[in-house]
Write a protein that binds this ligand. Structure first.
Ligand code: OFO
Length: 180
């Protein structure tokens, strides 16, 4: 057992965020399954892969809590929301989930700052950048959806969109620190 280097309040906040990341994974899992049964295998593939990303985020927080001498508590995960009505709804909903999660990450950053817990402040910066990338990624997919759906040439466009999403990366490039 190592010396506890995070406050009880921070331990609780990180635990809550860990559970939230698990919930995010459930959302992607459930939407992926919806896409698969509706014959959008490319979108399903993208969403399944992203489910794994969210699980990695969950695990990253779990490790951090334990490494700082805290104790992770595995809590129940809420049920995912209803299935989307169509692809656009699916993309809009996952974007909103990401925006909501970004707001929760911001709260963690704020708490770390208030507690002068610079280790956690530094740890949470990775998540801030990750959320920027994810929001940018989903916004990009929504743009592709708009392009594909506005050409009004029938289902061929949706087929191309589906192939595109199948190959979509799990993160978007954003400017990182300048190399001096
Ligand atoms: Fe965990 O990155 Fe999205 O939510």
């Amino acid at each position: 057992m190592s010396t506890k280097r995070i406050s009880d309040a921070m331990e609780k906040a990180l635990n809550d965020q860990m559970t939230r990341e698990a919930f995010q994974a459930q959302v992607y899992l459930s939407y992926a399954s919806w896409a698969e049964v509706n014959s959008f295998s490319g979108i399903a593939n993208f969403l399944y892969k992203h489910m794994n990303e969210e699980r990695e985020h969950m695990f990253k927080i779990l490790k951090y809590i334990n490494d700082r001498g805290g104790e992770t508590k595995i809590e129940a995960i809420g049920a995912p929301p209803e299935n989307p009505s169509d692809i656009k709804d699916c993309l809009e909903k996952i974007l909103q989930h990401e925006v909501d999660n970004s707001a929760e990450i911001d709260k963690l950053v704020n708490q770390a700052h208030e507690e002068k817990d610079w280790a956690t402040f530094s740890f949470t910066q990775w998540f801030v950048k990750e959320q920027i990338e994810e929001e940018s990624l989903i916004n990009g997919l929504l743009d592709k959806y708009t392009l594909a759906s506005e050409q009004k040439e029938g289902n061929a466009n949706y087929y191309e969109l589906d192939k595109d999403l199948n190959k979509a990366p799990q993160s978007a490039e954003i400017p990182r620190e300048e190399k001096l």
